[in-house]
Write a new protein. Structure first.
Length: 387
């Protein structure tokens, strides 16, 4: 995917909404809910080829996400945490990275990893039970995705501090969600980053829910971006469903970090349109009216409307993007069918340099259980054949 051009400073407008888990008014945006331009967009963001590439990335990301959800429901993945509705956050932010920058994702950022250039099969390998990350973090300058909330943030700060000490001239982008902002690691990471002026940008994808807890019940702060002041770093609150605003704001923060200005906190206001994971039922805690309100701000539909108004999104471009996305989904299905079954015994490898007595006992127990299940299956098969 071709790298978008660097951007220059621009000024966006804010929009207001009254629902969505208690989110407040005022995020910076370039586009209205229907995709109409309402803010001054920097010229560097409006290159026609870059706009088409961004659209293709959004379409590809969504198709990947939907396909992964289907694979999980079919039992070919153990579970999948969808990011449906958060495409603008993930695509816009990743497209703002330079090749030497580092990216620290969470368990919900598979779309971002695919746009970063990681093989989709490698991205999903951990969801199939592999103990490995699935890809080489050094090759893609992308850390392994973390499931425990906020644990990747101190790691990101540490790498940024090391890069600053060496004079590498790179920046680090660390993702987290609104729920992670309640974790101790979040506080420690932001405090260390500010004290040591680490070149790291924290992007909080405020998707309005920490599993089932709405944002209004997570904090008494005016916004998550407002918390930046307490750490002595700049904070910014943006429309996370406007891919151009995300790319612009993250790009500015990363450029400042590379130049030695230190860390920044960006709150991207968005919405998790799907369940927390494929094991979740959001209808138990979400209002259908709220879901409809946010569906009207679908990031892909908004950007497509903006491009059509400019004459950039033609039928040929749209069909080509859809065809590429379908080809990715087809390839993903076929290759995941070919992946080998992982040996459960490998779960106990490399836990310690030397296995402990307890670990050996656990491994023996698992082997015995698997052997018993295999014997039972063979017995059932034999009895079925005799009938």
């Amino acid at each position: 995917m071709r790298r978008p051009a660097r951007t220059t400073h621009g000024r966006g407008h804010s929009w207001t909404h009254c629902r969505g888990g208690g989110a407040l008014s005022g995020p910076e945006t370039f586009l209205d809910a229907d995709g109409t331009q309402i803010g001054e967009i920097p010229a560097g963001l409006l290159d026609p080829d870059d706009l088409v590439e961004t659209y293709r990335a959004l379409v590809l990301a969504r198709r990947f996400d939907l396909q992964a959800g289907v694979l999980a429901r079919q039992g070919r993945l153990v579970v999948y945490p969808s990011a449906l509705g958060q495409e603008a956050c993930q695509v816009g932010a990743v497209l703002a990275l330079e090749p030497d920058d580092w990216f620290f994702p969470t368990y919900r950022d598979s779309m971002a990893m695919v746009v970063r250039g990681i093989d989709p099969v490698e991205v999903l390998t951990p969801q199939r039970g592999d103990r490995h990350c699935g890809y080489d973090p050094y090759e893609h300058r992308t850390a392994p995705p973390c499931t425990p909330l906020a644990t990747q943030l101190p790691h990101a700060v540490g790498l940024a501090m090391a890069a600053r000490s060496r004079g590498d001239g790179l920046a680090v982008l660390a993702f987290c969600g609104d729920g992670a902002s309640s974790e101790g690691d979040f506080h420690e990471a932001l405090n260390f980053a500010a004290v040591f002026q680490a070149p790291v940008v924290f992007l909080v994808q405020n998707n309005q829910y920490a599993i089932s807890v709405p944002f209004r019940e997570q904090t008494r702060a005016a916004s998550l971006a407002a918390k930046a002041e307490g750490y002595g770093m700049p904070g910014r609150r943006i429309d996370g469903n406007d891919v151009l605003m995300v790319r612009h704001a993250v790009g500015e923060a990363l450029a400042a970090a590379r130049a030695g200005a230190g860390p920044a906190l960006i709150e991207a206001v968005t919405y998790r349109m799907g369940p927390h994971t494929t094991a979740d039922d959001p209808s138990r805690y979400r209002d259908p009216e709220e879901e409809q309100l946010w569906a009207a701000r679908d990031p892909l539909a908004r950007f497509a409307a903006f491009l059509r108004e400019r004459g950039t999104l033609t039928e040929i471009v749209a069909k080509a993007a859809t065809a590429d996305a379908e080809a990715l989904a087809d390839d993903l299905r076929a290759r995941l069918e070919q992946e080998p079954v992982f040996d459960p015994d490998e779960l106990f490898d490399h836990v310690y340099a030397e296995p402990t007595q307890r670990l050996r006992a656990q491994a023996a127990y698992v082997r015995a259980q698997l052997a018993a299940e295999l014997d039972a299956a063979e017995l059932d098969a034999a009895e079925g054949a005799r009938r």
